[in-house]
Design a protein around this ligand. Structure first.
Ligand code: V47
Ligand code: SF4
Length: 389
């Protein structure tokens, strides 16, 4: 592999890009200015090569997926982020949904006997769904299925919940963890820079609060993910600022598993006049994130958002995880105009998708322990195009 990166370095005319490629070869960290330079000048082929080089050093051909399902307790939300197509204000709550604890438990029960390892619970910030409500939910899920990993609540939901309960982040997190919360998903991060955050998500937890919530979780031994909502009104410098803050926290705690760039979708929201990013720009972003976030073990493409073929493509641009089998219960993206209106993929389809681009499909649990290596498993119809199924 080294000889091909040597060829890339030798053939790169721009001295600054050449020195970035040299750093990647030496496994050295790139600076913020270098990341901006990659956004400004790095061709798709150049950043893609470097990202793939890093991806293969870290993970070889392995591409992870998991078997999970989502529960969205409500889409009623006290906040009104401009990009959100999903939430309904409390004043219009009849237009939204609110699930009772029993209804959520019934969803969990529909997976009884199925080899699911994770439930992902994220929703709007409902003024009446408080800490006690969610503690009861965690306890009931764990009582029903103790081995199910509960990855739940964005830092936005947690910040609101703890403030309402008049608890410190430490105390609130500890209580939820004891009740059964295992890890945190990466949502609510959007773009940290106040310059942009104030325009798109003015009233919810700020960057400091988001990062602190994750730091507290990490200090309790929990893991979490991090996202970045990109491709709207932010500039390259805001993307790099966002990733820098994540890289710094990761240096401190090591608690992040995965970075998940989320492509802004413009359907039916307060930013519908903002055009969406192109696939080329999406792939360049994945690649630059892989190069810059040297201390993040995993980079995930969330396929319901990107679509199946683009998720396949991303596996050549640094991505080593394409999330889960999911099912059709998640609405946050379908309402924003994502590729998948009813996101659901069987294990067979996911495995086939990964194999079609010559990668090695490995089922993982939330913490990236290997559940099953599917590389040698030959489904009867792997030659069928899963996109037609
Ligand atoms: O924070 C909302 C995003 C996020 C839009 O941790 C939108 O494994 C694009 O964080 N266009 C919530 N994105 C979902 C989330 C997530 C998803 C999958 C896996 C994980 C994980 C986390 O959804 C929000 C926001 O950034 N979002 N509206 C939109 N119009
Ligand atoms: Fe509420 Fe989340 Fe939508 Fe913002 S993105 S309005 S916090 S549901």
């Amino acid at each position: 592999m080294n000889s091909s990166i040597d060829t890339l370095i030798n053939n790169t005319i721009d001295n600054n890009l050449k020195s970035i490629a040299e750093k990647v070869r030496q496994q050295e960290r790139i600076t913020d200015d270098e990341a901006i330079l990659l956004f400004e000048k790095g061709s798709l082929a150049f950043v893609g090569f470097l990202a793939n080089y890093i991806r293969e050093l870290k993970h070889g051909n392995t591409t992870y997926f998991n078997r999970n399902f989502h529960i969205e307790p409500t889409n009623v939300c006290v906040f009104s982020c401009k990009f959100c197509s999903y939430s309904r204000l409390y004043a219009h709550k009849e237009e939204g949904w609110e699930l009772s604890i029993d209804q959520m438990l019934d969803i969990v029960k529909t997976y009884d006997g199925k080899p699911i390892t994770e439930v992902h619970i994220v929703g709007g910030v409902h003024p009446k769904m408080n800490m006690e409500y969610f503690i009861e939910l965690m306890q009931k899920i764990k009582a029903h299925r103790p081995s199910l990993h509960v990855k739940a609540f964005t830092a936005v939901e947690l910040d609101y919940m703890f403030r309402k309960a008049k608890l410190s982040t430490e105390e609130g997190m500890k209580r939820l963890h004891e009740a059964g919360l295992d890890s945190l998903p990466g949502g609510g991060a959007e773009i940290f820079s106040p310059e942009i955050r104030e325009q798109i998500a003015a009233d919810k937890v700020d960057a400091t609060g988001w990062l602190r919530t994750h730091e507290v979780a990490h200090n309790l031994g929990m893991h979490s993910n991090a996202t970045m909502l990109y491709g709207h009104i932010e500039k390259y410098k805001h993307r790099v600022d966002h990733m820098r803050r994540l890289r710094e926290l990761q240096d401190k705690t090591g608690g992040f598993n995965t970075f998940i760039p989320l492509k802004f979708r413009n359907h039916d929201n307060g930013m519908s006049d903002v055009p969406e990013s192109t696939i080329t720009e999406d792939m360049r972003l994945y690649a630059i994130a892989r190069i810059y976030l040297d201390n993040f073990p995993h980079l995930k493409a969330y396929w319901p958002m990107l679509g199946r073929e683009n998720a396949q493509l991303s596996l050549a641009f640094g991505v080593n995880d394409i999330d889960g089998t999911i099912d059709d219960s998640t609405k946050i993206y379908s309402m924003a105009g994502s590729e998948e209106q009813t996101p659901a993929m069987t294990t067979e389809e996911l495995v086939t998708l990964i194999k079609q681009v010559k990668r090695r499909p490995v089922e993982r649990d939330t913490l990236y322990n290997v559940v099953k290596d599917f590389s040698e498993i030959d489904f009867a119809n792997t030659t069928t195009n899963p996109l037609l199924n």
